[in-house]
Design a protein. Sequence first.
Length: 281
Amino acid sequence: MGRYLRPTSLEAALLALAEGQWTVLAGGTDHFPARVVTTPDENLLDISALPGLRQIATGDGDRFIPCLATWSDLIAAELPDVFNGLKAAARQVGGVQVQNAGTVLGNVCNASPAADGIPCLLALDASVELASAAGRRVLPLRDFLLGPRRTARRPDELALGLRIPVPTLQARATFEKLGARRYLVISIAMVAAVAEFSPDGRIARARIAVGACGPVATRLPALEAALAGQFPDPALVMQAHLAPLTPIDDIRAPAAYRRTAALELVRRAVAGLALPRAVAA
Ligand SMILES: Cc1cc2nc3c(=O)[nH]c(=O)nc-3n(C[C@H](O)[C@H](O)[C@H](O)COP(=O)(O)OP(=O)(O)OC[C@H]3O[C@@H](n4cnc5c(N)ncnc54)[C@H](O)[C@@H]3O)c2cc1C
């Protein structure tokens, strides 16, 4: 039988991780469904009692989403508009019960190719802060994600939270998800887009990421370059911009369908970035 530990201080959690092999447990909404058929003999480090790691915090030019912040916490938090895509994804994760228990960072650490939060966080240029008894380090999310269910987290490290820069320019964000039905569904494909705007309303910088179309969610650099200096316009999105995607056939959809769906979702995500027009007097 494995051990169960629920530390009440970060120091105790990091000490345990330094001294033994532990599986970290946050909300458990990925952990427990993965153990329905077989239950591995493992030591469980339940982090749910760690103090001060739930509330989303405002930093110097960024926001910090700590490891115990749930999807519901994110939805309820007052955040700049650039978080609207991540909030839209949060509202579509499972149902309300799952949003109340599941953490944003758990979604990232689980590193599923179909994790809805990951494309949004890539588009937000998020970084993951990791803590161990030896110290802390910060990794850009793109370097943290190594492959399906694989991250750069060392076994002695706890993922402490996500750091997300807040753009100084006006910014907008969108999220588009396709599943076989509207709710409680794993994505066939999903797209997150963030644009920062120049004062003339043109895009200064865009970041577009697609999920469930490759082993890890993928940014589309050629499209991001094509959008710079333009007004948001879905007609600017070309099939060639989706070349980095490597979708597979699986139980949810064939690869060819995913490619077609992803193109349409990217166009909708870009269309959604358009600034609301001023209402004529
Ligand atoms: C019915 C249902 C519907 C769902 N629908 C969706 C959906 O629509 N979209 C979607 O993306 N996901 C969905 N999920 C998956 C899940 O809810 C999310 O991925 C959730 O955000 C995971 O967070 P958690 O806190 O529950 O993680 P846990 O299950 O506790 O952990 C997940 C993994 O991350 C590791 N981990 C967690 N926190 C840390 C940490 N701080 N440091 C190091 N490692 C850590 C754990 O060891 C584990 O491997 C669904 C799940 C269920 C049960």
